[in-house]
Write a protein that binds this ligand. Structure first.
Ligand code: IVH
Length: 671
C-alpha cells in the first residue's frame, strides 16, 4: 500500500508541475501526449484505490454532480470595488489626494495593471490546499462556486513552494481569453446554440453553471491580483512583491503589470497599454493603479466601499447604444453596393461616430437590423465602426426593413446580384460616377501607378470639381497646374509636386499598369503573372479565355473577367489615351516556346488527380509542354492519379516514366 501511495503522490506531483507549466506559465515542457499518459496512469491507480483519492488530486478537475443552487459565502474581508478616473486631469487629482492625505510631496510608486474584463473571484487555501471559491456577489456575500473553479486548470489545487500562511485568501479575475472565446462561439454556432456577446459574458455564463461539467469545457483562466484573509503567516510589504510571491506559489499573475513612478508614470503606462490593447490576448477595459507600499495603503485606508490607494483608469468605451436613423448604399470600384448605417452621432472608442458599416445584406438579415432600431455600435482600435447588434427589446413599432435598391443610387443603372455571389452590384460600369471615382483612386494608388501625394481625398476633390472624369484625365491635370493651385487646401507648391509626381508615374511597369486597370479579381499577384506570361499589353489584350486560363492561378472566372474587360471599347480607348499621354513601360520579351522549361516534352494524364485534367493540361502547356491523349514510346512521362488503368499498363510496357501527384507538383514548381 505504501508503495501505491508513493506512486500516486509522485504522479500527482508530476502532473501539478506540468499543469503549472502549461496553464500558468504558458510554457509546456512535455507534449500533450506525455501529460495524458501520466494522467491516465494516475486515474487508473485511483480507480483501483478509491480510498486514496483526495480533493486536490489533478484528476478532480472534470466537474461533478450538478447543483440545484449555489451556496452562500460571507466574505471575511469584504470584496471592494474601485474608484474610476476617465481623464488625465482626474488621474492627477487622484494622485494629489494621496499626497494631501499622506502630507508628503514624495513621488508615489504605483503598481500599474491591466483592468481585466472578467469576474472577481475569491480563492481560499487552507494549509496550502484549495478549499473554496466564491464570487464577489454584493461584496459582502457571494456564491460558492468551488466545484466550478476546481475545473479551471490555471488555479492550483495545492500550492507550490513553501512559506504560505495557514489560511490564505487569494483574489483575482476569472476571464476567457479572446482566442478561447472565439473558438467557443464558433463551436456554439456549429451546434446551433446561442453564442456569447463578449468574453466577459462568456466567462460569467461559464462560471455560473450549476453543472460543473459544462464549466470544465469552457476555456477559462485567471489572473490573481490581491490577497484577502491571511492567517498564520505573513505577506511581503509591497503589492508588487506580493504578486511575485503569489506567482512563486503557483498562481497565475498577469505578465503586463509594471512598477511606475508618480502620476506621469501612470499616464505613460495608460497610453502604452491602450496602444497594445487590441493585440493583448485578453480583454481589458482600462488599467488599475495601486500604491505599491502596503504601509502607505494602510495609512490611506478606504472611503465608502473603495480603497483610497487604488483607482481604475478606464478606456473610452468601445461599444455604445445609438439609433440607426437610415441606411444608404455606397458604390465601390467594382460596383458593389455596401449598406452604410447613418446613426444618431455617438461617442465611442474615443471618437464621434455617425456612420457604420453593415457589411452586406446577408449580415443585415443575420443581425436582423431595421431602420429605427436601437443598435450597439462598436469601434475597436482603428477598425471601421460597425453595427454589432440590435437591441430587439427596444424595437419601435414603426421600424422599417432595409431594402437593397433596384437601381444604383449614384447613376440609376440596374442593380444585380450575380449568381452565387453575396454582393449586389451596379451594372453601370464606367458610366457610373461612383465606380469611376473609385477606379481613379485605385489607379493612382501606391501599388498601381503610385502617384505620390494623390490620395483618396484629393481624387474626391478633383472629381467633385469636374477636373477629372476618367482615369486618363489624371494625366491631363499636368496642363492644369494653375487650376489645381487655386483649389482649396492646395497652392503652388502642392500643385507643382503633384505635376511632378504625375510625370514620374508615367514611367511604370507592365504589372503595375495591369493591376491599376482594376479588372475584377485581378490583384497584384495575378497582374504580375499576366505581365510575365504575355510579355506585352497587346498580347494580353488579344488573348482569349482559353489562352488566359493557361496562366498559373487564372481560373475560368478571372479569365472571363479579363477577356470581358478588354472587349469593352471604352476600356481600350482609355488605355490608348493613357499611352498617348505618355504612360509607358518596358515589355517583357515574350518567351519563345523553346525557352520554356518543359519545351519539347510530351505528357499524358490519366486517373483521378486532385485537379481536373484540363487544369493540369493548361499548366503544363503554359510551361511549353505538349499534352497527348495516348501513351507512346515518345511520351516523356505518364501522370497517373488513382485508379489509373490501361494507360498505366501501356506506359509500364513501354518503359515510360510514371509520376504521381507529388512528381506533378515538382514539375509545375508548386512544391
Ligand atoms: S483590484 C481593492 N485589480 O475591477 C481593489 N481589480 O472595479 C480590488 N478588476 O471587482 C480590486 N482588473 O473584478 C483589481 N488588476 C485589477 C483588476 C480588478 C479587473 C475588477 C475586479 C473588481 C473591479 C472593481
Amino acid at each position: 500500500m505504501q508503495n501505491i501511495t508513493q506512486q500516486i503522490e509522485k504522479l500527482r506531483e508530476q502532473l501539478r508541475y506540468h499543469n503549472h507549466r502549461y496553464y500558468v506559465l504558458d510554457d509546456p515542457e512535455v507534449p500533450d501526449a506525455e501529460y495524458d499518459r501520466l494522467f491516465r496512469e494516475l486515474q487508473a491507480l485511483e480507480t483501483e484505490h478509491p480510498e486514496l483519492v483526495t480533493a486536490d488530486s489533478p484528476t478532480q478537475r472534470v466537474g461533478g454532480t450538478p447543483l440545484s443552487e449555489f451556496g452562500e459565502v460571507r466574505h471575511a474581508i469584504p470584496m471592494l470595488s474601485l474608484g474610476n478616473v476617465f481623464s488625465d486631469e482626474e488621474l492627477l487629482a487622484f494622485d494629489k489626494r494621496i499626497h494631501d492625505r499622506l502630507k508628503s510631496d514624495a513621488e508615489i510608486e504605483f503598481a500599474a495593471e491591466p483592468k481585466l474584463d472578467g469576474l472577481a473571484i475569491s480563492l481560499l487555501y487552507e494549509n496550502g490546499v484549495f478549499t473554496r471559491a466564491a464570487t464577489r456577489g454584493d461584496g459582502e456575500t457571494g456564491e460558492d462556486v468551488t466545484q466550478n473553479v476546481r475545473t479551471i486548470e490555471a488555479i492550483p489545487l495545492r500550492l507550490m513552494g513553501e512559506g504560505w500562511p495557514q489560511v490564505l485568501e487569494v483574489r483575482g479575475e476569472i476571464y476567457m481569453p479572446k482566442a478561447g472565446f472565439n473558438a467557443l462561439n464558433e463551436r456554439l454556432r456549429k451546434e446551433g446554440t446561442k453564442t456569447f456577446v463578449n468574453p466577459r459574458n462568456a466567462a460569467a455564463g461559464s462560471l455560473r453553471q450549476l453543472d460543473s461539467r459544462i464549466t470544465a469545457q469552457r476555456p477559462l483562466t485567471i489572473f490573481c491580483y490581491a490577497v484577502g484573509l491571511v492567517e498564520g503567516g505573513a505577506m511581503p510589504d509591497t503589492h508588487y512583491a506580493m504578486l511575485q510571491q503569489l506567482a512563486a506559489w503557483g498562481f497565475r499573475v498577469c505578465p503586463d503589470i509594471r512598477l511606475v513612478q508618480g502620476a506621469q508614470g501612470c499616464l505613460e503606462y495608460y497610453r502604452n497599454t491602450g496602444a497594445r490593447r487590441e493585440s493583448l490576448p485578453y480583454d481589458i477595459d482600462g488599467v488599475v493603479y495601486k500604491v505599491n507600499s502596503i504601509a502607505l495603503q494602510q495609512a490611506l485606508g478606504f472611503v465608502s466601499r473603495a480603497p483610497r490607494w487604488a483607482t481604475a483608469h478606464k478606456f473610452p468605451a468601445q461599444e455604445e447604444i445609438t439609433v440607426l436613423e437610415d441606411v444608404e448604399f455606397q458604390v465601390g470600384r467594382t460596383g458593389a453596393l455596401t449598406p452604410v448605417a447613418r446613426l444618431k452621432p455617438v461617442f465611442v472608442g474615443g471618437v464621434t461616430v455617425s456612420n457604420a458599416t453593415l457589411h452586406n445584406m446577408d449580415e443585415i438579415e443575420r443581425k436582423d437590423v431595421r431602420i429605427g432600431d436601437s443598435v450597439i455600435v462598436r469601434r475597436a482600435g482603428d477598425v471601421i465602426p460597425e453595427v454589432a447588434r440590435v437591441i430587439l427589446e427596444r424595437r419601435p413599432p414603426d421600424s422599417r426593413q432595409i431594402e437593397m435598391p433596384t437601381h444604383c443610387p449614384v447613376c440609376g443603372s440596374d442593380v444585380q446580384r450575380p449568381e452565387g455571389e453575396a454582393v449586389f452590384r451596379c451594372t453601370g460600369g464606367l458610366y457610373c460616377p461612383a465606380q469611376v471615382k473609385e477606379a481613379i483612386k485605385h489607379f493612382a494608388s501606391r501599388k498601381a501607378m503610385n502617384i505620390d501625394g494623390l490620395g483618396d481625398k484629393l481624387v474626391e476633390q478633383f472629381f467633385e470639381q469636374g477636373l477629372i472624369r476618367h482615369v486618363d484625365d489624371l494625366y491631363r491635370l499636368i496642363e492644369k497646374k494653375e487650376q489645381i493651385a487655386a483649389l482649396e487646401r492646395m497652392g503652388e507648391k502642392s500643385a507643382e509636386n503633384l505635376v511632378n509626381a504625375l510625370e514620374k508615374s508615367k514611367s511604370t511597369t507592365l504589372e503595375r499598369f495591369i493591376f491599376g486597370l482594376g479588372i475584377r479579381e485581378v490583384g497584384e499577384a495575378t497582374a504580375k503573372a499576366l505581365a510575365r506570361h504575355f510579355g506585352s499589353l497587346e498580347a494580353l489584350q488579344s488573348a482569349n479565355e482559353e489562352t488566359l486560363k493557361r496562366v498559373p492561378d487564372v481560373g475560368p472566372v478571372v479569365a472571363a473577367n479579363i477577356a470581358q474587360f478588354f472587349q469593352e471599347t471604352h476600356n481600350r480607348d482609355t488605355i490608348q489615351q493613357l499611352r498617348e499621354l505618355g504612360v509607358h513601360w518596358q515589355d517583357y520579351a515574350a518567351k519563345p516556346l523553346e525557352a520554356l522549361p518543359l519545351a519539347g516534352k510530351t505528357y499524358v494524364i490519366t486517373g483521378t488527380l486532385s485537379r481536373s485534367r484540363d487544369e493540369i493540361k493548361a499548366d503544363l502547356e503554359s510551361l511549353g509542354a505538349k499534352v497527348a491523349g495516348s501513351v507512346s514510346k515518345k511520351t516523356t512521362a505518364l501522370i497517373a492519379g488513382e485508379n489509373a488503368g490501361s494507360k498505366l499498363e501501356k506506359a509500364q510496357n513501354f518503359g515510360v516514366e510514371v509520376i504521381g501527384e507529388d512528381g506533378l507538383s515538382a514539375l509545375l514548381g508548386h512544391s
